[in-house]
Every structure is written in C-alpha cells, then in structure tokens.
Design a protein around this ligand. Structure first.
Ligand SMILES: Cc1cc2nc3c(=O)[nH]c(=O)nc-3n(C[C@H](O)[C@H](O)[C@H](O)COP(=O)(O)OP(=O)(O)OC[C@H]3O[C@@H](n4cnc5c(N)ncnc54)[C@H](O)[C@@H]3O)c2cc1C
Length: 317
C-alpha cells in the first residue's frame, strides 16, 4: 500500500507536502514530505513508532528558531512538537517540551520565581533549549534543569538527572544521541517579582536594540570560539573582546566584524550589519543562499585567523 495511506491509517491527522517556511524563524525551506503536529507525549511516541515501523526518517521540529530547512524540504516525517502543559510549584516548574521559553519566563516572573530571567527574549521552546543548552546573558538552560524526561533510541521513556543530561556549551546528551526531550523540571528560587521581571524585560530590550529582529533569522549562526583552541597570535588581537560566557571565548561576531564581512550578501541572505553573527533573510533568501554565505564566511575566517568556525544552527534533511 502507498506509504502515505499506511501513515494515515495510524496517524489520521498526518498531512503531506507541508511548507516548512512558516514553521521556521528564518522563513526559509521547502516542504515536509509528511507533517504531524503532536499535542501529547503519547502522540509523539506513536509518530516515532509508526515512522520506525515504516522505515521512514523523522525529524523533530519545535519552535523552528535554530534550523535551516533545505530548499528541497525534508524527505521523511516532520513531527512538530506542540505539547504545552506546564505546572508551577512553590519553587519548581515542570513543563512539556513544546512550551515556549517566553511562556516560562513570563509565568515564573509573575510568581516571583527566579532563575529563568536570562532567557528573556529567547525564541523557541523548552525542548529546543534543553537539547542545545541554550544560553544568554550569563545564564544557560543547564543552570536550572534538575530532571529531563526523554525518549531514547529504543523509544523508551527515560528520566535523566541534571548530571546525566551531560550539558555542555550548546550541547547535551539529547543532542549527541538524538533523544527526544519530552519534559523538564526546573529548580528555581523565590525572589523579588519586580526585580525578576525587570531583568527579563531588560534582556528583551537589549535584544531589540542590538539584534536584527526586524528580519527573519535563526539567531547566531556560529558558535563562539573557545579561546584555548585559537592561535596565540589571534588571542592577542582579540584580547579586548574576549568574553567569559560560559567560558573564555572569542565571539564569532567579533571575528566576522574584524574580517569586515558585515553586509556580505548572497541572494537575499545577508550578514547582518547590526549583529555580524546573524545571517538575515532580507526577503526571499533560499537555504542555498545561506549555505553559500556560511561557506564564504568560514573560508574568510580560516584564511584571516586560522580558526574553523563551527555552526550553531541545525541542518535537517
Ligand atoms: C532571534 C533569535 C535569537 C536567538 N538567541 C539565542 C540565544 O541568545 N541563545 C541561544 O542559545 N540560542 C538563541 N537562538 C537560537 C534558538 O532560539 C535556540 O537554539 C532555541 O533553544 C531553539 O529551540 P526551538 O524550539 O526553536 O528548536 P528548533 O529550532 O525547532 O530545533 C532545533 C534543533 O533541536 C531539535 N529539537 C527541537 N525540539 C526538540 C526536542 N523536544 N527534543 C529533541 N530535539 C529537539 C530539532 O530537531 C533541531 O535539531 C536564537 C534564535 C533566534 C531566531
């Protein structure tokens, strides 16, 4: 029987040929061959099990704020996570992976729970943040996560303590092993509601002022460079911009700016003038435009500073 009919028998809501542009903050990308919005953990489990039984590749998409979907689209089943339950306790919050970080920042702020202010203005969901250990303004997802529920390779639902998550700079066991984050518990502290809300708001204001939020993007394209891995001669050149967030790094933005690559353009993809580690979509950029621009930036940085920039964004296929 035809693959789509087999899928539909088991997941009636599955759709075919769904454009993914509007599911990504880059507003770039071709269609998903098959697309299913999962609203419960049970639906995620079912979708994974059906995809496996049909030998169909699957890709988990959440807020779409850290992905570059190819122009040809995604050839298997895209499982869009739309699980939105969360529970606030005295100084803990449990939330499903699909809950937007913005909701968690807002709701914990309202209750005077301290610990997520750093994420003020961070796009995407809790699941995406846990998987990539998202961080900003000196904070990281790992700072408050004490337990994560996830599906492992065998489709088993497992619990991981904070330590078992193996959080590292923009990484975790979920990213390394391709596990699906279903929910997480965060430990927070009681604090001053006004102060917590003011800090989160200040981060949103800073992002508006310093980041090119007027154009679609996927945030920072490259990871910052571990100072230890950069040549001594380059360390000297960049000593005035070294950041210690979360460890000593040369910001990728500083490397790109010093190489004078701001404004470089391929098609409608452009290295932002406002924040050089952002590639912005100035209208109808394609994934190929972005890939070409990434390749040019990496080449220039390698030639000028002998540094291999590493992408922070994800490339599904
Ligand atoms: C304007 C802008 C600013 C940004 N600023 C920052 C910043 O300051 N700091 C920072 O760290 N990031 C930043 N980002 C990047 C992005 O917001 C984060 O990486 C975010 O955590 C991604 O979450 P998401 O739900 O959008 O994930 P998606 O983009 O949907 O997915 C990203 C990757 O995670 C996987 N994934 C998603 N959900 C799950 C899950 N539940 N289980 C397992 N895998 C999953 C996907 O398969 C994909 O490989 C920014 C992005 C934008 C557009």
């Amino acid at each position: 029987m035809h693959e789509f009919l087999l899928l539909k028998q088991q997941i009636p809501e599955v759709r075919r040929n769904v454009p993914l542009k509007k599911h990504t903050t880059f507003r770039i990308g071709g269609p998903a061959k098959y697309f299913f919005a999962a609203k419960t953990s049970g639906q995620i489990a079912k979708a994974v099990q059906v995809a496996r039984s049909l030998k169909l590749p699957f890709f988990v998409l959440s807020g779409g704020s850290n992905v570059l979907v190819p122009d040809s689209g995604i050839s298997g089943l895209v499982i869009k996570l739309q699980t939105t339950n969360y529970k606030l306790q005295i100084n803990r919050v449990w939330a499903e992976a699909g809950v937007p970080m913005a909701t968690l920042v807002r709701e914990t702020g309202k209750r005077g729970l301290q610990g997520l202010e750093w994420a003020g203005g961070l796009p995407g969901t809790l699941g995406g943040a846990v998987r990539g250990n998202a961080g900003a303004f000196g904070g990281e997802t790992k700072d408050s996560v004490v337990e994560v529920e996830a599906f492992d390779h065998e489709g088993r639902r497992r619990k991981f303590s904070g330590r078992e998550c193996q959080f590292a700079y923009r990484s975790s066991i979920f990213k390394k092993k391709g596990y699906i984050v279903l929910a997480a518990t965060m430990q927070l502290r009681k604090g001053s509601k006004a102060k917590i809300q003011a800090v989160a708001k200040e981060h949103m204001r800073y992002r508006k002022e310093r980041h090119p939020l007027e154009y679609p993007s996927a945030g920072s394209i490259f990871k910052n460079c571990d100072l230890k891995k950069t040549p001594a001669t380059v360390q000297v050149q960049f000593k005035d911009v070294i950041k210690t967030d979360p460890f000593p790094v040369i910001p990728a933005a500083a490397l790109i700016a010093r190489a004078k690559l701001q404004g470089m353009r391929v098609g409608d993809a452009e290295i932002s003038e406002k924040h050089p580690n952002y590639i912005v979509n100035r209208g109808n950029a394609t994934a190929n435009d972005v890939l070409e621009l990434i390749a040019r930036v990496k080449k220039e940085i390698k030639n000028k500073f002998s540094i291999d920039l590493e992408e922070e964004i994800t490339f599904p296929h």
